[in-house]
Design a protein. Sequence first.
Length: 348
Amino acid sequence: MQAGVTQGSDQTASSLAALGWSAFFADQVQPDETDLSPVRIASVHRSRLSAESVFGPLRLTLATHSATTDLAVGDWVLVDPATHVLVRRLDRKALLQRRTEGGRAPQLIAANVDTLFIVTSCNDDFNAARLERYLALANEAGTNPVIVLTKIDRVDDAAPYHDQARALQRGLAVVLLNAKAPEAAAALAPWCGPGQTVALVGSSGVGKSTLLNTLAAKTPDQAQPTGSIREADAKGRHTTTSRSLHAIDGGGWVIDTPGMRTLHVSDISAGLDMLFAEIVELAPLCRFRDCTHAHEPGCAVQAAVAAGTLDPTRLARWRKLLEENRANTPVQTGPRGNKIQKPGGKRR
């Protein structure tokens, strides 16, 4: 691997762009780093890393005192072209992360994702409250969310699922498909062009691995394993155990992720505001600036509920996520220059 950042040919630059490289990353390369090679993280394991380069996949070596937990699939890094030692990670354009139960640091899901495909199926897995958590996560990261409704071949009418999903956020794209059908790739093609990166998230059993195999046009011997679901409760088995980057047939890249049954929110205030824009826009119209939208007179939010223009269950879900986000988001406290981080807390 001999191509540096500025010394590469036009073909090398084109190949980098096909991997998702852009001016955002190129501008971060310092003059003394032009002999290093940019590569993209393709998989992250406890003790090893793999990457995609203009010359194909390669195994990376971590520098001393470095940890794989600091890296996410989709990251761009600079490596020594002779030894494949990772020198440094470039700043991310977008980062999807979640807080796990009892975890001190957020868990990295995927980096530099242009579009997040939030996958759910037209059965009992469909859950508006869970979808809202994924949407807030995507909004906060600056990633475009798209709801993908699978298994439409197993229901008589998928329209109710489509309508419920569309109502979750203004301007939200919702796609109905059968993940096994060749037409699935065409339905998602607008977000899967050359150089574009999408990620798949959702519960186990909703068809993420099947959709990955369709998008990447994987042969039977290359295909990601898929699992059955319990039809009684639509729960699936975990067939994907780690995050990985795959080329989409005809252009683009897709990051597969393990199924997530729980998604705790933290540090997503802006994402929640975008998700619940209809409530946020009403708040300034309330009589009191510190209105909780629960019982105060002159509350514009409660007035909208009474008028039937705001769903009370939607308001309840907003309030729940707001409190959870406040409780889970660490706050900076203490004198200037000596601030410490403390856990968040519930609103008094």
